[in-house]
Design a protein around this ligand. Structure first.
Ligand code: SF4
Ligand code: SF4
Length: 383
């Protein structure tokens, strides 16, 4: 393995699994705080990772509507688990943020706003669907007329190391959404795991930026050849075949918006608990609410911002009460926003096909199934 000649951007290399530690060390040496997948509380969570052994080595997951289990697959696969309930959203768009606080004393009122220090995060093992979700949130929270300073402070120094998917979860449908299972761009480095559990176990690494290329200079590697590139293509193609769900996106905007009174909305509302799990686990949902608090002596006051969900009754409360009183209208709002009106608002789909909302819905409601049911009895005239 060669660690001397300089790698060039756009090239691909092969790393032996043990070289991954050198990559983690190089990322830390550049001053990044690495966040990556690890097993905690019987699920894959995202937290600080500095050692290869912290990754979910030898684990896999079962995912179905309302069902998630980690199981031991054995062997040495580093990226054998799909996405868990956690997402990178939690790190970039924090669930709870203090916006300002005020202290009153005999001299008057002192107002302070927290200053968000720019973070230097390296997200390691980002799945392609989640990379697409970060790009969607960038367009909403980092760009536009009203960028969010908290999000921007964490996003601007971000390094992303993608793990392309070589096996697919039971609820994934990224192939339908054009977001995976292989990332084409927008990353610093992209890894594809090859031949796990064999003597040839290796990682194909593609460079996508100068920062990623620079990191590889310190990592033992060799140039990728045709066999590795072919296997990476094959492995991601197999993942597409395994994908547990698909979504027909043809004219999905017209199909959903032309069926706002379809009886299926009432049917799904009979099952939906309006718990909001689907929005909280979704890597693109970004809605928040503001809460004011203070102490009983009226000396301290503060305003916080907290993730909210379009499934809560209070989400649409106006002076006359909530606008969406029925669960039917809340579910319809959520699904039509994700799959249709998001295009009007932001120019993309609001769904990347990660499958989290299906897996983590306590009653197993599945937006691919709901969409297919509406399409199957499309109420638009002439269909
Ligand atoms: S709507 Fe569901 S499948 Fe789509 S991105 Fe959100 S959680 Fe993932
Ligand atoms: S669809 Fe499922 S996860 Fe979403 S609010 Fe309804 S019950 Fe909760």
């Amino acid at each position: 393995m060669d660690a001397v000649s300089e790698p060039a951007r756009g090239e691909s290399f092969v790393l032996e699994p043990r070289a991954l530690q050198a990559l983690l060390d190089a990322i830390v040496a550049e001053g990044y705080q690495i966040r990556g997948p690890l097993v905690r509380d019987h699920a894959v969570c995202l937290d600080e990772v500095t050692r290869v052994e912290q990754l979910p080595v030898g684990w896999t997951d079962e995912q179905e509507g309302g069902h998630y289990r980690l199981t031991r697959r054995g062997g040495s696969a580093l990226f054998g688990c799909g996405v868990g309930q956690d997402s990178w959203k939690r790190l970039l768009h924090r669930p709870l943020a203090l916006l300002w606080s005020a202290e009153r004393d005999d001299g008057g009122l002192a107002l302070s706003e927290p200053h968000e220090e720019p973070a230097r995060f390296a997200f390691f093992g980002v799945r392609p669907c989640d990379l697409a979700a970060i790009n969607i949130q960038d367009g909403i929270l980092a760009a536009g007329r009203y960028p969010d300073p908290f999000y921007r402070a964490r996003r601007q120094g971000l390094l992303t190391v993608v793990a392309n998917c070589t096996s697919a979860g039971g609820t994934c449908f990224c192939a339908s959404m054009g977001t995976g299972p292989r990332a084409e761009s927008g990353f610093d480095l992209a890894l594809t795991e090859l031949w796990p559990d064999t003597a040839n176990h290796a990682l194909l690494v593609e460079t996508g930026s100068d920062a990623g290329t620079r990191l590889l200079a310190a990592v033992p590697r060799r140039p990728a050849g045709d066999p590795e590139r072919r296997e990476a293509d094959e492995a991601t193609r197999r993942a597409v075949e395994q994908m547990g769900r698909r979504l027909d996106t043809s004219d999905i905007h017209g199909m959903l918006m032309g069926n706002l009174e379809h009886p299926r909305w009432a049917e799904v509302a009979r099952r939906c608990l309006a718990c909001g799990n689907c929005t909280l686990v979704c890597p693109t949902c970004f809605c928040t609410n503001f809460e004011d608090g203070g102490d009983l002596e009226l000396r301290h006051a503060e305003r916080t911002r907290r993730w909210d969900s379009c499934f809560t009754l209070g989400f649409t409360r106006l002076h006359g009460g909530p606008v969406r009183r029925k669960i039917r209208s809340r579910y319809r709002q959520w699904m039509t926003h994700k799959l249709a009106t998001w295009f009007d608002q932001f120019g993309t789909s609001g769904c990347v096909g990660c499958g989290r909302c299906i897996t983590w819905c306590p009653v197993g409601i599945d937006l691919t199934e709901e969409s297919a049911a509406i399409r199957a009895s499309d109420g638009r005239s002439g269909r």
